[in-house]
Design a protein around this ligand. Structure first.
Ligand SMILES: Cc1cc2nc3c(=O)[nH]c(=O)nc-3n(C[C@H](O)[C@H](O)[C@H](O)COP(=O)(O)OP(=O)(O)OC[C@H]3O[C@@H](n4cnc5c(N)ncnc54)[C@H](O)[C@@H]3O)c2cc1C
Length: 531
């Protein structure tokens, strides 16, 4: 395994594209004023932590660690709040021990040991949570914490080429999954921005969303069956293409965020690798017109694989445009079917709403090509953005994202409410960018980025809390969801509680008591006051 960077994104030795960093420094310097010099992040061997609060759980020797660097790596996720602390060497709540299972039996043993020792268990995939999902707080009367890091459970176990499904262990990361499936000419076609580090188990636990804008883009759509190890046994669901037999068991696991058990593996639906592709970008003078075009496309029954609407500030940030127009990035890809027709139909609708094509529709029937330059620039900036964000945080920049989904009828009011909430906080010079990441027949998923100077006093931690509260409250009050794909974790619980029906909460608590009667699994996540 390569060495993960303790204080930020990726692996030791990796970093952002130097040209993208210079561009970001220059443009943000112009907007926010000169940036302070880069702070030095902590060296892994210089990290000092308080010793574990409890003796090691019994029977886990071998895969167990209490080394400071291992505990620090598992102490935080990757929200701005996490980065602001980690880059200053502040690991407030490290787990007492980290265990790396290499089999499902190891996971069973670890849960038995933790239950017996009254330790909180924090499941850990890639640690890319942006909602406090892996930070071990809210211990209650438990005696300490055991983080279970699943990254050594990463095999492609079996492929069913007839049905188009694959059985994959939960700790496999995006690149590991794609490399293993590629050998079979297959792909999961699931590409969240955190693809490089996040894992199948983490995606299932958080109901993650991939970067395709329509169609089967949520991990929910791709899971055929799942195995969940709980303190009271293993829940294994049946492989089925569909079923009307009562409530769907996978649905209890999807989004359970490690509170009901540990996902050890899943059968997922896979696709032949696409060979045909068309792409085009459409410019709109006005973002609202772009949303009308997007709605028109979806409501006409078209499902382009990509249909991402980005506003002017977002286009500048990603280098995809000059910021004077909003851009709708359209693409369609398929292993077998022609793709140009879908995009021609989308382009017609976009034109009816005042859109202007930037260049022609580009199409290929084999391998690479069929890519549109604006779309490609955006795509590459998108996947490298986490590295860039780390460097900006080290240079005193506050940068955080906020996402939701809302029905079309409430979109304009929600957007107004978010802009008002940001304006009411005195951020000084700042940038507020918006993109629509996912589109549905009945609504869409707006995604906001806020960039401003991080106050020196606390590195922006109070500002982070104020913005989170102001924006998420505005979203929920305006009829949106507290999260479309970033999960609830510990940070979003107060807002999630405002949308969760009370009777559903009681039913969920009863389910938790059945599988985790001692409340050891991920305390503080989904349920604020324990089981
Ligand atoms: C830069 C950046 C970009 C992102 N982009 C996206 C995006 O495009 N789409 C998206 O959906 N999310 C995105 N996220 C959020 C995050 O990547 C997702 O929530 C992802 O699904 C987490 O996967 P992970 O393996 O890193 O899980 P972790 O962060 O390790 O864990 C997330 C939660 O799931 C639990 N968990 C993890 N593994 C298991 C398991 N095997 N069994 C049970 N519980 C488990 C953890 O306890 C925790 O509560 C992004 C985050 C960052 C920092």
């Amino acid at each position: 395994m390569r060495t993960r960077r303790v204080w930020g994104w990726g692996y030791e030795g990796d970093g952002p594209d130097p040209a993208a960093l210079s561009f970001a420094e220059a443009s943000l310097g112009a907007l926010l004023g000169p940036l302070p010099p880069r702070r030095k992040p902590p060296a892994p061997d210089a990290i000092v932590l308080a010793p574990p609060r409890c003796p090691p759980p019994r029977g886990l020797e071998g895969g167990l660690s209490d080394a400071p660097a291992a505990r620090a790596l598992h102490a935080l996720g990757r929200s701005y709040r996490d980065l602001a602390r980690a880059t200053r060497g502040r690991f407030d709540n490290p787990p007492d021990y980290v265990f790396q299972p290499t089999s499902e039996d190891d996971v069973v043993r670890a849960l038995e040991a933790a239950d017996a020792a009254r330790l909180a268990v924090i499941p850990f995939g890639g640690g890319t949570s942006v909602s406090g999902g892996v930070e071990p707080t809210a211990l209650g009367d438990l005696r300490g914490t055991l983080t279970i890091d699943l990254r050594r459970l990463s095999r492609l176990v079996e492929v069913d080429a007839t049905s188009g499904a694959a059985r994959i262990e939960a700790g496999a990361s995006g690149p590991e999954i794609e490399a293993a499936l590629k050998a079979h000419g297959l792909s999961l076609r699931f590409f969240p921005q955190s693809f490089e580090l996040s894992t199948l188990g983490g995606w299932i636990a958080t109901r993650a969303g991939g970067h395709f804008a329509t169609g089967p883009t949520h991990i929910d759509d791709l899971v055929e069956s799942v195995r969940l190890v709980t303190p009271r046994g293993t829940l294994a669901t049946r492989r089925l293409p569909a079923s009307g037999a009562g409530p769907q068991p996978e649905r209890l696991v999807l989004g359970s965020e490690g509170t009901l058990g540990i996902v050890t593996e899943a059968w997922v639906r896979v696709f032949r690798r696409p060979a045909r592709r068309s792409a085009v970008t459409v410019a709109f003078a006005d973002f609202a017109k772009g949303t009308l075009a997007l709605r028109g496309i979806l409501q006409a029954g078209l499902l382009p694989t990509n249909a991402r609407l980005i506003d002017g500030p977002e286009a500048i940030m990603s280098g995809a445009g000059a910021g004077d127009t909003s851009l709708l990035l359209l693409a369609q890809e398929s292993a077998d079917l022609p793709t140009a027709g879908t995009l021609e139909a989308c382009a017609d609708i976009a034109r009816q709403h005042g859109g202007q094509l930037v260049g022609e529709i580009r199409t290929t029937d084999a391998g690479s090509g069929g890519r549109d330059a604006t779309g490609e620039t955006y795509r590459s900036a998108f996947f490298r953005a986490p590295y860039l964000r780390d460097e900006l945080v080290l240079r005193g920049v506050f940068v955080e994202t906020y996402e939701t989904a809302v029905t079309w009828d409430r979109l304009a009011a929600l957007d107004d409410a978010v802009r008002r909430a940001v304006n009411e906080l005195d951020l000084g010079p700042h940038l507020l960018a918006c993109r629509i990441t996912h589109a549905y027949r009945d609504g869409c998923a707006p995604y906001y980025t806020v960039i401003c100077r991080a106050p020196d006093a606390d590195g922006g931690l109070a500002l982070w809390a104020d913005l989170k509260a102001a924006i998420t409250s505005a979203i929920v009050d305006a009829g949106g969801t507290s999260t479309h794909h970033h999960a609830v974790g510990r940070d979003v619980v107060p807002f999630y509680e405002r949308e969760r029906p009370p009777l559903f909460e009681s039913a969920l608590r009863a389910a938790k008591r059945a599988v985790d009667p001692n409340g050891i699994l991920n305390p503080g996540v989904l349920f604020p006051r324990g089981p």
